[in-house]
Write a new protein. Structure first.
Length: 327
C-alpha cells in the first residue's frame, strides 16, 4: 500500500533542475502486467496525444526513462480525448499495474476514475498537467511546470519591450487544459500593469500548428490592427507565422510573436527573428517520473508537488544554444 502525503510534506515543492533529466536510451512500451510477482514495476501511462513537438519530446523522455529504469511501460495515446484517458486508466486498474501516471488533457472530470484507482490500491502520479480535484488524496504527487509563472514571464517581456498602445491576439491552448487556463491567467496578471496593452481577440488553437494557423487567419481577416501574437505554445505560434506570411506581413517585425515551450522548431524561428520571445516549458520529465514511481511503489514519502525549473529565450540566446538542444 502506498503512504499518504502529509500536508507539511506536501507543501514542500521540490525544485528540480530538469537539465539533469533526459534519458537517452530507446524507449519500450508494453510489457507484462503488474502485481504478477514480476519484480519489475509496471506503470500504466496515459498520454494526452501527439499534438505538438513538446508532446513528442515528452513521450520520448518517458519511454526512454522507463527503459533506463527497468520499468515495464504500458503506454496509451489518448488522441487528446478525455474519454480515452479514462478508458486507459480503467484498463490499467484491471491489469493491476503497480502505478498509474498520466497527463490529464483537461482539469476536470477525473474524481470518479481516480477513486476507482485508489480503491484498487494503485497509486497515481500526475505529470505535466494538473487536475482541479479538491481531494488531493486521489494522487500521490504532481510533477510539472508552473504554467501561471510561464504566463507571467510572457507578459513581463511584453510590458518591458513595448511602448504605447499594443493590440494582442491570443492563441489559447486546448479549452479546459491547465496550461491554457494558467498561461492566460499569468499573462493577464502582468499586462494589467499597462492599460494600453489590450487582448483584442482570444481563441483556442488546441495546441496544434494547424489550429494556430486557422485561428490566426481568422484574426487577420477580422482586423488589420494586430501588434502582437501571444501563443500558448510554439506549434500554434508556428502556424500563426504561416498565416502572417500568407497575409504579406513579416512575423517578428510587423507582428511580434511570444510563445511557450522552446522546442527545436520554435527556437529556430526565434533565432531567425520570426518569433521574438519564448518561455521554456521543459518536456523532459521522464527520469523524475520514474524516480517518483519507484518511491511511491516502495511506499516512500514524496513531495505533493514537484515543480520543474525553466528559463526564457531571446533570439540571441536561441542562436547560442540551438545546436545543443535535445528536442
Ligand atoms: C505543457 C503541455 C502543453 C505544451 C504544448 O506542459 O501540457 O501541451 O505547452 C502541449 O505544446 O501540447
Amino acid at each position: 500500500m502506498f503512504k499518504k502525503i502529509t500536508k507539511a510534506a506536501g507543501a514542500l515543492a521540490l525544485l528540480a533542475t530538469l537539465a539533469a533529466c533526459g534519458g537517452s536510451d530507446s524507449g519500450s512500451d508494453g510489457g507484462s502486467g503488474g502485481g504478477n510477482g514480476d519484480s519489475a514495476i509496471t506503470m500504466g501511462f496515459s498520454q494526452v496525444g501527439a499534438e505538438s513537438g513538446w508532446r513528442t519530446a515528452n513521450t520520448k523522455s518517458i519511454q526512454e526513462a522507463a527503459e533506463a529504469a527497468g520499468i515495464n511501460l504500458q503506454f496509451s495515446d489518448a488522441q487528446q480525448k478525455q474519454e480515452n484517458q479514462i478508458k486507459a486508466i480503467r484498463s490499467f486498474i484491471q491489469q493491476k499495474v503497480d502505478v498509474i501516471a498520466f497527463s490529464p488533457v483537461v482539469e476536470t472530470g477525473w474524481d470518479a476514475v481516480l477513486l476507482e484507482a485508489k480503491r484498487a490500491g494503485i497509486p497515481v502520479i500526475l505529470t505535466d498537467r494538473a487536475v482541479d480535484s479538491e481531494d488531493t488524496s486521489l494522487y500521490e504527487t504532481f510533477l510539472g511546470s508552473d504554467f501561471v509563472e510561464e504566463g507571467r514571464k510572457a507578459g513581463q517581456w511584453l510590458v518591458d519591450n513595448t511602448e504605447g498602445p499594443v493590440n494582442v491576439v491570443e492563441l489559447q491552448g486546448t479549452t479546459g487544459a491547465a496550461p491554457a487556463i494558467d498561461r492566460k491567467e499569468g499573462f493577464e496578471e502582468i499586462i494589467a500593469q499597462r492599460p494600453d496593452i489590450e487582448i483584442v481577440a482570444s481563441q483556442s488553437g488546441d495546441f496544434t500548428r494547424a489550429g494556430g494557423k486557422q485561428v490566426m487567419e481568422a484574426f487577420l481577416n477580422s482586423t488589420d490592427d494586430i501588434d502582437v501574437v501571444y501563443a500558448h505554445n510554439d506549434d500554434m505560434g508556428l502556424g500563426a507565422i504561416e498565416a502572417i506570411k500568407a497575409a504579406g506581413l513579416q512575423p517578428g517585425t510587423d507582428i511580434k510573436i511570444i510563445t511557450v515551450d522552446a522546442v527545436k522548431d520554435g527556437m529556430t524561428a526565434l533565432a531567425n527573428g520570426e518569433i521574438n520571445f519564448i518561455v521554456e516549458c521543459n518536456p523532459l520529465l521522464g527520469e523524475q517520473l520514474m524516480d517518483l514511481a519507484k518511491k511511491v511503489v516502495a511506499g516512500e514519502e514524496v513531495p505533493e508537488r514537484v515543480v520543474t525549473e525553466e528559463t526564457t529565450f531571446t533570439p540571441e540566446q536561441a542562436k547560442a544554444v540551438l545546436d545543443e538542444r535535445q528536442y
